[in-house]
Design a protein around this ligand. Structure first.
Ligand code: SAM
Length: 219
């Protein structure tokens, strides 16, 4: 099995089950032209986020890590009239591109981007809580901080998703000196120890290589 085959299967499934999506394709093109890193979720994972939001009937979504707004648009599309994705982004440049993409995708009325370090923005969201779904996808060393805030901003039944937790298998290495791996391992330890969370994690292969995500629901 090769990465080429993973890519082919992703492309096949996306073509069959998701189809062409000119607005999202334009988002990825704009991101690449602006020099943003290609760290957006894969198309099938974007759709998965959209389905999770539909399945839990989300109205209020919190995203930590906007980049160019690709996952934001997937989430926003799942929301009913009056629903909101509040998305937190450190980089002014990323946020500006994301705003363009979100407007072009026709979901600007459902998205609010907050610029700044997420750890500073999160305490200001207490009067917007509870969120129905929280997607953690920013700087991994801060994952423990984000999980603490996610729990404060949640209610019973809130879905919490943490991306990039497998990292080519590096997550199992207790000796790792990679601060991303250390952050993810602390995040997993916290989920393990947190009696309010019922959780699992899935490995994924595909167009974005070998990675995975945690999925948890607040009891
Ligand atoms: N969720 C996006 C998607 O799938 O389209 C991808 C997000 S990308 C993996 C991570 C983003 O988090 C980057 O845009 C980065 O600038 C942002 N970021 C990094 N550190 C941050 C911080 N301390 N606070 C908020 N955002 C941060």
């Amino acid at each position: 099995q090769s990465e080429e085959q993973w890519r082919q299967v992703d492309a096949y499934m996306a073509q069959k089950l998701i189809g062409d999506d000119p607005l999202l394709e334009a988002t990825l093109r704009r991101n690449s032209e602006a020099g943003l890193p290609a760290h957006d979720v894969a198309i099938n994972q974007g759709k998965l986020l959209n389905l999770f939001a539909q399945m839990c009937g989300a109205r209020m979504v919190l995203e930590i890590g906007t980049l160019g707004g690709y996952s934001t648009i997937w989430l926003a599309r799942a929301l009913p009239e009056g629903g909101k994705v509040i998305t937190l982004e450190y980089s002014e440049k990323h946020a500006a591109i994301a705003q363009q993409n979100i407007e072009a995708a026709g979901v600007a009325d459902k998205v609010e981007i907050i610029i700044g370090a997420a750890a500073d923005s999160l305490p200001q969201l207490q009067d917007r809580a509870p969120f129905d779904l929280i997607f953690i996808d920013a700087d991994k060393p801060n994952n423990p901080v984000y999980l603490e805030w996610a729990l404060k901003l949640a209610r019973k039944g809130t879905v919490i998703i943490g991306d990039n937790v497998v990292r080519n298998g590096a997550v199992t290495d207790p000796q790792s000196e990679d601060t991303n791996v250390i952050g993810v391992r602390r995040f997993i330890d916290m989920i393990e120890a947190e009696s309010r969370l019922d959780a699992t994690a899935l490995q994924t292969v595909g167009s974005k290589g070998w990675d995975g995500f945690t999925l948890a629901v607040v009891r």
